[in-house]
Ligand binder design. Structure first.
Ligand code: F6R
Length: 242
């Protein structure tokens, strides 16, 4: 794991965007893995700016969302499919047909999870996966206790994550209890992962996954075993590191 401590979100966004730009120049049909939440927004903003001002081309790229709530109807403001479209993919020239999300409304969720993995495999797997990390160390929605070998599947959110995400909804009662998420094994298959964490509220999680043992209790710790993991953090998120 390579840990890079930067002064703020703008710098983090620029560095992550550099990695994505270099990838797209080398491999125009690259497969990107996209997280939602606040952490990746500076990256998406910077990529949108580079597309707008410098013509950074996404026309042949593919993208896979990390996760999705179960039971939010299509077009729901907080459905991750919708958030990714709004925050990023609508702002660049990626073909909407190339932007994939887990189907949280599928009648047969396990079959939809398998199909999602199969689509990813058929496109050659994810080249670069953007990640955030939860205050409990989750990546995707792999909550504490998730198998390090897990694949895309249904998970139940713990109360802390529902509380953390309530800011996006009218109130906590609206936050779904269930999600579909890529598994830790799925994430580990990405050829490069770039995790972003900012703010003091992430300091403990950063310490646990960077310096603690590799253990299912802290899902992000699995990245210690990834061959190419880049961790971009600000000084506040780095403040508990030894
Ligand atoms: C979102 C996701 C989550 C978030 C994490 C951090 O697709 O997979 O793991 O990355 O909850 O969220 P933020 O960035 O909002 O602090």
């Amino acid at each position: 794991m390579e840990i890079v401590i930067l002064t703020g979100s703008k710098q983090i966004g620029a560095l992550a965007a550099d990695a994505i730009e270099a990838l797209l120049r080398r491999k125009p049909n690259a497969v990107l893995g996209l997280a939602t939440g606040s952490s990746p927004l500076p990256v998406y903003d910077e990529l949108a700016r580079r597309h707008r001002e410098n013509g950074l081309d996404f026309s042949q790229a593919h993208a896979f969302a990390l996760d999705e709530y179960v039971g939010l109807e299509p077009g729901h403001h907080e459905s991750y499919r919708e958030v990714i479209r709004r925050e990023f993919t609508d702002k660049v020239n990626i073909d909407p047909a190339n932007v994939h999300s887990p189907d949280g409304m599928a009648a047969d969720l396990p079959a939809a999870c398998e199909a999602y993995e199969e689509t990813m495999r058929a496109l050659g797997g994810v080249d670069l996966q953007i990640l955030g990390v939860g205050t409990d160390g989750h990546i995707g929605f792999n909550e504490p206790g998730s198998s390090l070998a897990s694949r895309t599947r249904i998970k139940t959110l713990i109360e802390q994550t529902r509380k953390d995400n309530a800011r996006f909804f009218k109130n906590i009662d609206e936050v779904p209890h269930h999600v579909v998420t890529q598994g830790l094994g799925t994430i580990m298959d990405a050829r490069h992962v770039v995790l972003i964490a900012t703010g003091a509220q992430k300091a403990q999680a950063v310490r646990d996954f960077v310096e603690g043992p590799v253990a299912a209790i802290c899902a992000a710790s699995v990245l210690q075993m990834h061959q190419h993991a880049t961790i971009l953090i600000d000084e506040a998120a780095a403040s508990s590191l030894k």
